[in-house]
Design a protein around this ligand. Structure first.
Ligand code: SF4
Ligand code: SF4
Length: 121
């Protein structure tokens, strides 16, 4: 686990095959009752497992194994944490051409959910 000393928080951070990065703010996970990220990742055959001692997500493979394809980049951990957990997961994936595609759309295709649960375009 990598420690973010500047912010004083602990994060679980790993690279994935596409060149993207997954970051889990493990401090937020303390007290999470669902561990939804681990459940969906297990279904996908991915790298997240539960640290039995702290009851927070951990990795079952090395960083290099995960970067070689251990994470299938399904985005399930971020989505299910948003829906059922404590909004601790952030995924950034390179999407070549995506911004150009969005600029051609007639209306906004990007939505954000604010902290009050409202959907905004
Ligand atoms: S669902 Fe979210 S808050 Fe809960 S353990 Fe997983 S990453 Fe942490
Ligand atoms: S993106 Fe999918 S496979 Fe990768 S860590 Fe998240 S749930 Fe697991």
């Amino acid at each position: 686990m990598k420690e973010d000393r500047a912010a004083g928080t602990k994060v679980l951070q790993f690279k994935v095959r596409s060149g993207g990065t997954i970051v889990i703010d493990v401090d937020r996970c303390l007290g999470c009752e669902t561990q939804a990220c681990v459940k969906v990742c297990t279904i996908q055959g991915g790298p997240l497992v539960l640290d039995g001692e702290r009851q927070v997500p951990s990795l079952r493979w090395s960083l290099s194994e995960i970067e070689r394809g251990g994470c299938v980049e399904c985005l399930g951990c971020e989505l299910d944490c948003e829906l059922y957990g404590k909004r601790a997961v952030h995924i950034e994936l390179p999407l070549p051409g995506f911004d150009a595609y969005l600029s051609t759309a007639a209306e906004s295709l990007v939505y954000q959910i604010d902290r009050g649960g409202q959907c905004q375009s």
